[in-house]
Design a protein around this ligand. Structure first.
Ligand code: COA
Length: 564
């Protein structure tokens, strides 16, 4: 079996190398050099058993990923979909996005947010967020899914919308809201209203973003009640769909309860009323299709100067992306050399390594991903003193040269405990070096992407640009483990002489469950799980998205557009 696999692998590599050589001969040299050294990505035969174990684990993780994605895509379920499409005559959220966005694939963010939370399952947190192109411009979108409890806002929906706004701010991307929301999910109102990062923050951000010259356009394509009504009313430009869109602080049932008066949603806050009388919206659209066309036209008035369309020329990696499944470690002990992963992610498997012989448990260097130059910082073991110093130096180089940084994170579950004074001294020195790296990472004035390919454990994860260090994007593979420490290392907390292991076992089980990538993604500790074989495409999209701000017309202005 293993011999077969080796033979297939070798044949595949030979064919790929031949095709690559032909391609290279044909390709014109683009804007970037293709002379970086080529990485050897062939998997050593002694590692085949680890590869096979990882592969089995990845297949199980991907099965779970696919099942969950299928469930999430059904939104609020069959009955809610029928109510939405047949009774309320509205388009489903993905149909809306198809009309709004250009005809190319978009980057969906955090589809598993809201999965299996203490207050239940909230498919995709009740709203889709992502980044797609409209008339060639990358835009963030936030689109309520009204099949999930009438598009009402759960605590996790607030978090998802705030994250979308933060992405728009950090990458200077305009934002389009498709609003179809009954406002707060009332049973959880205490977790939605008063605190700093609760619902009101969405509206605060709208004002701040406008002052930062980040345009926001909204479409009222359903009932927008209470909190749902502020999003379009605070956007810079708003479109409403006739007979489908309505906007009010309290809907007809509340009016009836308070005044006894029967009033239709149309008369209370429909499209004609708001476009003719209140001025809460700016454009009347006779259908949903007309509304999305109107948004596309609004985008064309933003005065963005994008570079002329041209396709970047680049080489594919020499090694198959499918093999990343066998390289994605099922646990820290199953980690293979990071360069095997790099050789399957970067253009032409070419890598200009920095300080190759020093601090080798961290690999640093330059490469291209789908034609974009990046600095790569990748764990290849524990973040030692030397590795941390090398990391600090390299991150500063990238910042100095304005090169985005890609962190490939696979941090160790725990560091060995010191057993002597000299070891304790070494630990202190390492701590100091890691602190330097944290400073360098936090202050590097360049876009950053973090991809967790294995472990995201404890303090080393900060230096590797974990969530709290504000990378522009953070994704993880489905095999990833995210926790303060590995469950296996909890036994060191067992008191000597204490034979009752029940509590400890319970804690270990809990930690193990809470370390899964799905647990993390459900809580929005990341921007989504991506499959190893799709990583290159996602990273390429992110690098292209982050580059767009270079081409916008930005002038200093510190006041927002105020609706009058
Ligand atoms: N909080 C909690 N659940 C809500 C809700 C809210 N604010 N608004 C609606 N729901 C639930 C409904 O109970 C229903 O649940 P079910 O599917 O388990 O029966 C589901 O969302 C869909 O509501 P429904 O009224 O059947 O669908 P619809 O498409 O006809 O209308 C709304 C959707 C949002 C327009 C309508 O439900 C509504 O006006 N809700 C009240 C909104 C409101 O007053 N919000 C104030 C927030 S401060």
């Amino acid at each position: 079996m293993q011999t077969m696999w080796t033979l297939q692998n070798s044949l595949c590599q030979i064919m790929k190398k031949t095709v690559h050589t032909l391609k290279c001969k044909k390709a014109r040299y683009g804007q970037y050099t293709k002379t970086y050294p080529v990485l050897d990505g062939s998997i050593p035969s002694v590692c085949e058993h680890v590869f096979e174990e990882n592969l089995r684990n990845s297949e199980a993780c991907i099965k779970r990923y696919s099942e969950l994605l299928c469930k999430v895509r059904k939104g609020g379920g069959e009955n809610a979909i029928l109510r939405h499409t047949q009774r309320n005559k509205k388009l489903l959220v993905r149909e809306r996005l198809r009309m709004l966005l250009d005809d190319e694939s978009f980057l969906e963010l955090s589809p598993f947010a809201g999965f299996d939370l203490p207050y239940g399952d909230v498919p995709a947190a009740g709203c889709l967020t992502g980044i797609g192109k409209i008339c060639g411009v990358w835009c963030v979108f936030v689109a309520n899914d009204a099949t999930v409890k009438g598009g009402t806002i759960y605590p996790i929906s607030v978090k998802k919308q705030l994250r979308a706004q933060q992405i728009a701010i950090q990458n200077r991307l305009l934002l389009v809201y498709l609003v179809d929301s009954g406002g707060a999910f009332l049973p959880l109102q205490a977790e939605l209203f008063p605190d700093q990062s609760h619902g009101g923050r969405i509206f605060y951000n709208e004002a701040i973003m406008s002052a930062m010259k980040i345009p926001q356009v909204a479409v009222v394509c359903g009932s927008c009640t209470a909190g749902g009504a502020y999003v379009p009313t605070m956007a810079e430009e708003t479109v409403i769909v006739d007979k489908i869109g309505s906007l009010f602080l309290a809907g007809p049932p509340l009016v009836k309860a308070a005044t006894g008066e029967d009033i239709s949603p149309e008369d209370l806050g429909g499209a004609r009323m708001h476009s003719k009388v209140s001025g809460c919206v700016d454009h009347f659209a006779s259908s949903e299709k007309a509304a999305y066309e109107c948004v596309r036209n609004i985008i064309l008035t933003l005065n963005y100067e994008l570079p002329p369309e041209k396709t970047l020329e680049y080489d594919d990696p020499l090694y198959s992306a499918e093999e990343l499944l066998g390289l994605a470690p099922q646990g820290y002990r199953y980690t293979l050399n990071i360069k095997l992963i790099l050789s399957r992610l970067v253009d032409g498997s070419r890598f200009q390594e920095f300080k190759a012989e020093y601090g080798t448990t961290l690999v640093t260097g330059f490469a291209h991903v789908e034609g974009h130059l990046v600095g790569i910082v990748a764990n290849n073991g524990e973040l030692t003193h030397d590795a941390s110093l090398k990391g600090s130096h390299f991150v500063q180089l990238c910042s100095q040269r304005s090169i985005p940084i890609l962190f490939l994170q696979n941090t160790a579950p725990h560091a060995a405990e010191p057993t002597s004074l000299s070891q304790a001294e070494a630990h202190t020195n390492r701590l100091k070096a890691q602190a330097s790296m944290m400073v360098a990472v936090a202050c590097a004035a360049v876009p950053k992407i973090t991809l967790i390919i294995g472990g995201c454990y404890g303090n080393e994860s900060y230096a590797m640009c974990g969530r709290s260090f504000d990378p522009n994007f953070l994704f993880l593979w489905p095999n990833a483990r995210v926790a303060l420490m590995d469950a296996r290392h909890m036994s060191m907390f067992q008191h000597a002489g204490n034979d009752d292991c029940t509590e400890l076992n319970h804690l270990k089980e809990k930690l193990d469950q809470e370390s899964s990538a799905f647990y993390s993604s459900a809580r929005l500790w990341d921007d989504g799980i991506i499959l190893p074989q799709n990583s290159r495409k996602v990273l390429g999209q992110c690098l292209s998205i982050m580059k767009q701000q270079k081409y916008q017309i930005v002038s200093l202005q510190h006041y927002p557009v105020i609706r009058l």
